[in-house]
Design a binder for this molecule. Structure first.
Ligand code: PMP
Ligand code: GLN
Length: 418
C-alpha cells in the first residue's frame, strides 16, 4: 500500500469557494459581483505612498522588523489606542501580518489546542472553520437568525443570548466574531457585544474580533470595538486589513492587535512561518494611516468618503435586485448584500450537478446563463446548517458604477424575459 502523502489535518478542508468560483467567473468572463474586492482604484494618497516607498531608500526592498515595520506598528498603536480607549504598545501589542487571513491563522494556531472548542457565529467568513480544524480545535456553531419574519435589514439577524450561553463549556477556548459581518453586513450593537463580552469574561474565553470592514457602515450605524468594552482589552485579538481599509486587497497587509500576553503567542507562529511581511507595502500603509490620522473625522477623510461612495452603490444594487424579485437584506455595513432567491425559477442544466445545494446551482446558472457572478450563502455556514439557508446568495457592491450598471442591464433583460 502506498504511503498517504498528506497530513490528516488537511482532510475535509481541500474545497475552497473562492478558488472554485473565481475560476468559474473568469472562464465565463462575467460581470463580477462575486469575490469581495473593489474594481475601482485605491485612493491616490495610497498609490503615491506605495510608489514613493518602492522608488526611495533601497532598504525598502529588504527585510524589515519581523513583527511589523516600526512606522506601521507606531501609527496603528496611536490610532487604534484612541479608538479602543486603551494605551497600545506598538512593539508588544501589535503584529503585522500578510492580510487579515494570516492574522486569523496566527490567532487560531497560537490559541487553539487539540480538543479545544471555538465558537463560530453563523454565517461566518468561510476560512474560520478550516483554520480551527487545522489547529486541532472543534468548531461549535451558533446562528444569527432573522428576527420574526423580518429580514429586510441585516440588523434583523440576531443571536439568541440563551442559545449563545448554552454553547460555552469548560472546553471553550475562543469565540470568533465578525463585525461588520461578511456576508450579511450585520454591525453588532453595543448591547449585543456586551452579551458576548459577559460570557467571555465569565468563562475566561478569548475573543477573536475580525473587523476588516470597520470603516464601512451606513445610515448612521456605528461600528463598536468589543475590545473597548470593560474587561475585554485583556482578552481580545482585534484583526484588521489594509486591503479593505484602503480598497487595495492586493496589498495583503493586515494586523492583529491585543494585549502582549496574547500577541506574543501569535508572534511565535509568525516568526516560525512568515517571519516578516513585505516592507514597501507596510511603509505605504503606514504613510496612508498617517494621512488619515491627521484628518480623522474631517469630511476629506477616506474613512468618510469610502462609506459615502459605497452607500450609493449599496442602494443601487438593492434596487436592481428588487426589480427582478430578488429580495435583498439591506446591510448596515461591509460591502456585501444577501438576497432571497426563493421566488426565482431557473432551469439548471446537466452541466450543474443536482446534488448541489440550491444556492450553488443558482449561482452556477447565473454565471453560465446570465453572465453574472455571485456567491452562495451556504458557503458561509457549516455543512450541517448550510441546507437551511439555500435560498440566499451574496452580491458584492464595492464595484465601479459601470460594473453595477452592467449588472443592472443583465437584471433588466432578465426582467423583460420573464
Ligand atoms: N475577514 C473577512 C471577514 C473577510 O471578508 C476577508 C476578505 N477580505 C478577510 C478576513 C481576509 O482579509 P485580507 O484580504 O486582508 O487577508
Ligand atoms: N473576503 C473576500 C470575500 O468575502 C475575498 C475572499 C477571498 O478571495 N478569499 O469575497
Amino acid at each position: 500500500m502506498s504511503r498517504q502523502m498528506h497530513a490528516r489535518r488537511l482532510d475535509g478542508v481541500d474545497k475552497n469557494i473562492w478558488v472554485e468560483l473565481t475560476q468559474l467567473a473568469a472562464d465565463y468572463k462575467v460581470v463580477n459581483l462575486g469575490q469581495g474586492f473593489p474594481d475601482f482604484a485605491p485612493p491616490k494618497f495610497l498609490q503615491d505612498a506605495f510608489c514613493k516607498a518602492v522608488s526611495g531608500d533601497c532598504l525598502m526592498h529588504q527585510y524589515t522588523r519581523a513583527f511589523g515595520h516600526p512606522s506601521l506598528v507606531t501609527i496603528l498603536a496611536q490610532l487604534f489606542g484612541q479608538l479602543v480607549g486603551h494605551e497600545i504598545n506598538p512593539l508588544d501589542d501589535v503584529l503585522v501580518t500578510v492580510g487579515a487571513y494570516q492574522a486569523l491563522f496566527c490567532a487560531f494556531q497560537a490559541l487553539v489546542d487539540e480538543g479545544d472548542e471555538v465558537i463560530i457565529i453563523e454565517p461566518f467568513f468561510d476560512c474560520y472553520q478550516p483554520m480551527v480544524k487545522m489547529a486541532g480545535g472543534t468548531h461549535v456553531y451558533v446562528p444569527l437568525r432573522p428576527r420574526g419574519d423580518s429580514n429586510l435589514s441585516s440588523g434583523d439577524w440576531v443571536l439568541s443570548a440563551e442559545e449563545l450561553a448554552s454553547k460555552f463549556t469548560a472546553k471553550t477556548k475562543a469565540i470568533v466574531i465578525n463585525t461588520p459581518n461578511n456576508p450579511i453586513g450585520k454591525v453588532y450593537k453595543t448591547e449585543e457585544l456586551q452579551v458576548i463580552a459577559d460570557l467571555c469574561i465569565k468563562h475566561d474565553v478569548v475573543c477573536i474580533s475580525d473587523e476588516v470592514y470597520e470603516w464601512l457602515t451606513y445610515d448612521g450605524t456605528k461600528h463598536v470595538k468589543i475590545a473597548s468594552l470593560p474587561g475585554m482589552w485583556e482578552r481580545t485579538v482585534t484583526i484588521g486589513s489594509a486591503g479593505k481599509t484602503f480598497s487595495a486587497t492586493g496589498l495583503k497587509v493586515g494586523w492583529a492587535i491585543g494585549p502582549s500576553h496574547i500577541i506574543k503567542h501569535l508572534k511565535t507562529v509568525h516568526q516560525n512561518s512568515i517571519y516578516h511581511c513585505p516592507t514597501a507595502a507596510q511603509v505605504a500603509v503606514a504613510e496612508s494611516f498617517q494621512t488619515e490620522y491627521e484628518r480623522f473625522g474631517s469630511p476629506e477623510s477616506y474613512f468618510k468618503l469610502l462609506p459615502a461612495l459605497l452607500h450609493h452603490k449599496r442602494n443601487k444594487l438593492a434596487a436592481c435586485l428588487e426589480s427582478v424579485g430578488l429580495q435583498p437584506t439591506l446591510p448596515e455595513g461591509g460591502y456585501f448584500m444577501i438576497a432571497d432567491i426563493s421566488s426565482i425559477s431557473f432551469d439548471s442544466d446537466d452541466t450543474i450537478s443536482q446534488d448541489e445545494p440550491l444556492d450553488y446551482r443558482f449561482v452556477k446558472w447565473l454565471i453560465k446563463k446570465k453572465g453574472l457572478a455571485a456567491i452562495p450563502v451556504s458557503a458561509f455556514y457549516s455543512p450541517e446548517h448550510g441546507k437551511e439557508v439555500q435560498n440566499y446568495v451574496r452580491f458584492c457592491f464595492a464595484k465601479e458604477d459601470s460594473t453595477l450598471t452592467a449588472a443592472e442591464e443583465i437584471f433588466k433583460k432578465w426582467g423583460s424575459e420573464k
